[in-house]
Design a protein around this ligand. Sequence first.
Ligand code: G6P
Length: 621
Amino acid sequence: MCGICGYIGVNGAATKSVIEALHDLEHRGYDSAGLSRVCEGKVETYKISIEEKPDFTASDLADTIPDFHKPCKMALGHNRWRTFGGINKINTHPHYDNDRLFYLVHNGNVENLKDVEKEIGIWKRYSETDTEAIVNLIAKYYKQGSSFSEAVKRTINFIDGANVIVVFKADEPEYFISANKGGPIILAKGKDFSLLVSDPAPLEKFNITSKAPLESGNIAVVDASGWKVESSRNDNESKKRKKKNSKNNYKHFMLKEIMEQAETFANAFRGRLIHEAGTAKLGGLESLSAVKNVSGMNFSREIRRINRFHFVACGTAYNAGLYAKLLLNRFGIQAEVHIANEFCYSHPVFDPRDAFILISQSGETADTIEVMNEIKIKGNVYLGILNVPDSRIWRETDAGIGIRAGTERGVASTKAFTSQLACIVLLAVFLARQRNMTIDTGQKILFELEKLPTKIEESLKSTRKISAIARKYLEYDNFYFLGRYFNLITAMEGSLKFKEISYKHSEAYPLGEMKHGPLALIDQNFPSFVIIPDDSVFNKSLVNVYEIKGREGKVIALTNKSKEKELKKQVDDLIIFPETLDFLSPILSVVPLQLLAYYTSIAKGINPDKPRNLAKTVTVS
Ligand code: G6P
């Protein structure tokens, strides 16, 4: 949560650069945004919040800055996703201490705020944020005689929780300091400037010559020529193109990313199919090399002896994990799936020979990182199915599979989901071919996988129809999303997308479970989206459709062309998606539901790229 950036350069382009970076960090927080810059030795701070301008962008923040092009060497910027305190300009970062000597931006939560406030002693608050306490603690340590960097180290060590801070001192604007205790930070350098960002998204806009993550436990002193990294744990010093992320012609990132899926899906398997052997080549897993030992066995050679695979994830990635479990089970491989934030409390049972697979688009989700840290202690192998190279999970997992979906900016994940499913199919085929799957079956799956990008394109052609359905059902407030077996996953992901960007109540249920309770809610005001393709459970599902229709429930069925005639008279509306193997069907059936969520959001006048209360990368647990 929260996007932070800092720029220092002899070229004087700090203001413009920070505004550009904030544009690309909007997905990390959009409650408010702020910038502090130092020009000719004077600090100026500008802020904007949705309270005064709903749906503001970084350009609106830029508009509040008089003399925008005045040469300024340094600036810090922040996009806020609120935790402590309401949405207003006062709570917007950067924050400063009582003497206005230090200016600071922050990502994280101070979990021992009361202790921090006590440690500061007497001070005057102007905001409700934990950030203001951090900057005042730095000031207190500085006044006590610590150097600026010592004061930052003492502060980051005093505060509890996952936190990243960036701070400058008004009377020494030749550098700023960043401290990382459990969050994402990337340092980057160009010819005459240094840049710090909490997410790689803005980097493409700058001419970067080198970059490095600032690891948790370190602080960096950053000036125009680069940075010096030190450990914050003790005082010993230790060493350590310009393609824009634009929306192209789309109004929203979410729609752009939905429409990109044929291409991103194909990217996920390109170069990874070995047709002659009916298996997949997963270079990331090969890189496990000979070093990792699982109960005395060499993992890379003995991956087939892994007892069971545990998928761990949150949100949409968790739905991909559910798919992974079903698919591995389908191929006779033991698999479990865990919601990351439940994992540490719920006493999961596993064997030392079990492997964990963390699925995460961002690779920075705090809940998933917590599980990773736990698994490290247990000593099991842990792998990743990840999108963002150099993200925390990417760097720390033993090995993994990159989904290659490219930057995803929509808060509601779409293209990452279908790419995650693509990689899960590759993984499942790879593992199953090591076990009981025949070459023939492996080849058939790979063959079909290659046809899916064209079929996704076909699904994407239904925008007009789906937009009409979104408008038709706009008056209803409650919806079911129902499916069986593999398409229960589509129902879950469809329902998640729908609620997060349309703010309508939706629940996903296994279709056959309706009669055990949920059917009680069905009446003419409670429509159901039912995913009912032409597969082995079609007839069973049809009975459930009758049950809903028999209680005056409205049914919008998602099915294949071959069942169109049969269903037409039974249901209120039909959405057709292309046929494929039953276990690949969610890859195609989810696309119309992503579009449905998008168009419902648009019809309600909501900006789907900025759903209320949510952030794309959740770096607090
Ligand atoms: C947030 C996002 C979701 C995402 C989830 C997991 O809740 O809003 O879209 O699925 O985090 O994120 P990850 O980056 O770990 O896949």
